[in-house]
Design a protein. Structure first.
Length: 96
């Protein structure tokens, strides 16, 4: 699936079958269900999950919590837009 195809699925009322938990968390967040996105990513204990977790708390506006999760990934909080970061994460997952 390409990034554009993934974005197209956001128009649907439910997530497409077969998404990884990572992409599912991004899908929920972009569809306005931050809580469900957060619940999904909380179950993932790796650096990619931490990156999504950091992004979600950045989106929420909780900079302290977000900084903690970026630290878990070895990344720093980006200075670019949240939408750009969402694209970056999704693209990284789609090519993996």
């Amino acid at each position: 699936m390409t990034l554009d195809e993934f974005r197209e699925t956001l128009k649907n009322s439910s997530a497409p079958d077969g998404l990884s938990p990572y992409l599912l968390a991004l899908w929920y967040e972009k569809n306005g269900d931050w809580t469900r996105a957060h619940e999904t990513v909380q179950e993932i204990d790796d650096s990619t999950g931490a990156w999504i977790h950091a992004y979600l708390h950045r989106r929420e506006g909780d900079q302290q919590n977000s900084s903690y999760w970026y630290g878990q990934t070895g990344k720093t909080m980006p200075s670019y837009s949240l939408d750009q970061e969402w694209d970056e994460i999704a693209q990284a997952l789609l090519v993996a």
